[in-house]
Design a protein around this ligand. Structure first.
Ligand code: PHE
Length: 453
């Protein structure tokens, strides 16, 4: 294990982990879920979920990963040899691969929309047809397939380059760039005429809109956004050096992820209100509503609106890539460490598997839309399976593992680097209490409420 790659510094750990966390979940999913569940009140619940539930799980995964310096399967086998916990290791090798497959379809759309923005298709004279463009595009066969494949190729190339030369380098550049881009877009959006109502929607809570389902949605969104329960953070933490403060890197990651989601809310919602569109228009919000807004606004300043639409889809694409590489890395770590495959072969194999599932997910918007699994299209089935079940179960089990199965002293040692870090030492009792009791009990309660509601 000694020649295993490690992230260079605290900053690179945070950039890589934030790279995994910041993605379509923040820019595509967060705004439309906030729109569906009523705005500011939902955001408050979401923030609570991040601190009370997601942070302890991020810490649990960090503890397991850094303790063993192994991927999910190896880590479980080392810490609990010969027990059923190895199945959690295996589950979390498979689930990120399923996510990668359908995520690549959306990544492919962002690729396609970037090319549409670059070829200046979002023009005032096209405004009305832009809304229908998404349904038409996603239901055709070859273009979305080619984009899905292109996105997977890009992902594979970065993963193939390795932890230091690929993942670390990409995240170090992409995360600062993403923050600059999203701030520019948010400023543009907030200054549009009529945007004020959208800003109010994001900051003035209306608690009457909080249905029981909103809590489950906030929980699911916060797990998805922080890449929890599927072993990605565990795998990244396995590349963290022994002298790193994992409480600091986890807090930094969670902070940047939350900040980015809120900025994305401010980039999307004010523009949606400015164009007089319902905030609850669902998953199409980013690929239908925004291009429509960009093209309509074009009348006022075509150059600016074309530039903003290019920047917007570039932001989505880069953010999606920095997440998809983390999904693929979980499987690569497994194949390299447990099956002794070379990194090249492992990456190629996972590329092929995710391409096959990705093709099925992609076609489920068009020629395969008639195929239903438990009443859902293939894409929706994969999304629901992962974000509603596998992530929650994985997250729950990681916290149970650290709280109940691991030796308490080992947990404290990992968080405090053998007692040498004073800050984490002071908050350890509170964190341990959260991991052991509060987090698992609340996850089970919210999960049940979500099912019964
Ligand atoms: N966190 C990523 C996002 O917000 C998605 C993701 C899920 C990444 C699971 C890795 C693992 O888009």
């Amino acid at each position: 294990m000694t020649n295993r790659e490690k992230f260079g510094s605290r900053a690179t750990v945070i950039m890589a982990m934030a790279g995994s966390a910041i993605g379509l979940g923040n820019i595509w999913r967060f705004p439309f879920i906030v729109g569906e569940y009523g705005g500011a009140a939902f955001i408050l619940v979401y923030i609570l979920c991040c601190f009370l539930l997601s942070m302890p799980i991020l810490l649990s995964e960090s503890i397991i990963g850094r303790r063993t310096h192994q991927g999910t399967f190896g880590a479980m086998n080392t810490l609990a040899p010969g027990t059923a916990w190895k199945w959690l290791g295996l589950l979390t090798v498979i689930s990120p691969l399923i996510i990668l497959s359908y995520y690549s379809v959306v990544g492919g759309w962002s690729f396609a929309y970037l090319t549409k923005a670059l070829s200046l298709q979002f023009k005032p004279e096209n405004a009305e047809s832009v809304i229908g463009m998404f349904a038409t595009f996603s239901s055709t066969t070859w273009a979305p397939l080619a984009c899905t494949a292109a996105f997977l190729v890009l992902t594979s190339v970065i993963v193939y380059l390795g932890v230091n030369k690929g993942i670390e380098k990409f995240s170090k550049i992409s995360i600062p760039v993403l923050f600059v881009l999203i701030v520019v877009i948010a400023v543009y959006s907030i200054t549009l005429p009529g945007a004020g109502e959208g800003v109010r929607y994001l900051v003035k809570p209306d608690f009457s809109k909080l249905t029981p389902g909103a809590y489950a949605a906030a929980l699911g969104q916060s797990f998805f956004s922080l890449s929890l329960g599927v072993g990605t953070m565990l795998t990244y933490a396995s590349y963290v050096r022994k002298d790193e403060n994992i409480l600091a890197s986890a807090s930094g990651t969670a902070f940047f992820d939350l900040l980015f989601a809120i900025l994305a809310g401010f980039a999307v919602m004010p523009a949606v209100f400015a164009a007089g569109i319902a905030p609850s228009s669902g998953p199409g919000l980013v690929f239908e509503t925004l291009p429509f807004i960009f093209s309509k606004m074009g009348a006022g300043g075509q150059v600016i609106s074309a530039a903003v639409s290019i920047l917007f889809f570039l932001t989505i694409l880069v953010a999606a890539l920095s997440s998809s590489i983390s999904m693929m890395e979980v499987g690569v770590a497994y194949l390299v460490e447990e099956k002794k495959l070379s990194r090249h072969k492992a990456t190629f194999l996972l590329f092929l598997v995710s391409l096959v599932i990705g093709v099925l997910c992609c076609l489920s918007f068009g020629s395969l839309s008639g195929i239903k699994l438990f009443g859902q299209t293939i894409f929706n089935f994969c999304d629901r399976l992962c974000s509603n079940f596998l992530m929650t179960i994985g997250a729950l089990l990681f916290s149970v593992f650290v709280g109940w199965k691991m030796d308490k002293k080992a947990v404290r040692d990992e968080l405090t680097n053998g007692g040498s870090l004073k800050g984490p030492g002071k908050v350890f009792p509170a964190l341990y209490f959260l991991i052991k009791y509060v987090t698992p009990v609340t996850i089970i309660a919210i999960f049940l409420i979500g099912i019964l509601a």
